[in-house]
Design a protein. Structure first.
Length: 337
């Protein structure tokens, strides 16, 4: 789940603890253009304070006004639809005649929500089911393939870390990649068996592994919600991770380096019993070409490419290649940190 939606749940419980009533709204379906996707959440306190967003502000304002004038009563879960007609879409500011269907519920069972947050903070995937007719709520384990669903009777939402990023190398560049990936709601695992790098790793909320990269990649059982990026510039480490990651269903596998180094890497990988189709999945030079030179800029280019691949956007730009700015020999030295 997105960190903004996780914060909605935390804030809701804080408000309940101070004696306020809270209405939680969850987008369950959209038609046309929509500012936020199904699963996005909004919490409204009984005095009109808001946490989260489902439309970017227009629908929120309407709901706030109804809460304040007490015309929005949610004694049991309710399904509401905004923007059915062109006039309503214009009224609520929805783009291109978009329509949102939202399930509203009053937060009464704090115990269930606290258990949900506890499990999510342990990096568990949890499915929360809500029976609209009765308000009955239950929790169960979920998998990374589960999605939000609503059949008109039961709403099922999946919470927890749905995306993983495995970074090979714990140097300076990895620090920026990890920080930005955390902001994008990835569960970040950093792998570096070299004590001179691993001993100084200090990015909160990430997992550090000192295993050999190939062993870790196999152990993690990568799925279609996993990405791997190798940034050590040490073939003994990067290639080990890549040869296993390219065999997996991971949606993204990339490695830092110049075009020359990337071509040499592909030739080496052919020796590891990898097929040409598997090697063609490798993104290298890694990242979008946006003129990056500093580690933070390179990290932006890497996360931008990973985001584009995750969203199914065609990559028109060639990968990041430091050789033009730094010289072929300097690339491996500068980008390794």
């Amino acid at each position: 789940m997105d960190s903004v939606d996780l914060q909605v749940l935390k804030t809701s419980l804080e408000w309940r603890a101070t004696g306020h009533d809270v209405i939680l709204g969850t987008i369950v379906q959209t038609w046309g253009s929509s500012p936020r996707p199904p699963g996005a959440m909004l919490a409204i306190r009984d005095d009109g304070l808001v946490s989260g967003s489902i439309s970017g502000g227009c629908i929120e304002d309407d709901m706030i006004n109804k809460v304040r004038d007490q015309s929005l009563e949610v004694d049991k879960p309710t399904v509401v639809t905004y923007g059915i007609s062109k006039e309503e879409a214009n009224r609520f500011g929805l783009p291109c005649g978009g329509t949102l269907q939202v399930v509203l519920e009053k937060i009464n069972d704090e115990k269930c929500f606290r258990e949900l947050l506890t499990r999510v903070e342990k990096h568990e995937l949890v499915c929360r089911s809500l029976v609209v007719s009765t308000g009955e709520v239950s929790l169960k384990d979920a998998s990374s393939n589960d999605e939000i669903s609503f059949d008109g009777k039961v709403l099922q939402c999946v919470y927890g870390p749905r995306w993983r990023l495995i970074i090979i190398g714990a140097g300076q560049l990895s620090t920026y990649v990890a920080q930005m990936a955390k902001a994008l709601d990835y569960h970040v695992i950093v792998c570096d068996p070299r004590s001179e790098y691993a001993d100084t790793w200090s990015v909160p909320g990430t997992v550090l592994s000192r295993e050999m990269p190939d062993d870790l990649v196999v152990e993690l059982k990568l799925d279609a919600h996993s990405a791997v990026v190798a940034v050590t510039h040490d073939p003994k480490l990067d290639d080990l991770a890549l040869m296993e990651a390219l065999k997996s269903p991971a949606f993204y596998v990339g490695a830092l380096g110049s075009r020359l180094n990337s071509n040499n890497r592909r030739e080496r990988l052919l020796l590891f019993d990898l097929g040409s189709d598997e090697i063609d999945r490798l993104h290298g030079p890694v990242g979008l070409r946006i003129g990056s030179k500093t580690p933070p800029e390179i990290a932006i280019s890497i996360l931008a490419e990973i985001t584009a691949v995750r969203k199914g956007v065609a990559l028109d730009s060639i990968g990041f290649d430091t050789s033009k700015e730094l010289g072929e020999d300097a690339t491996s030295t500068v980008c390794a940190v």
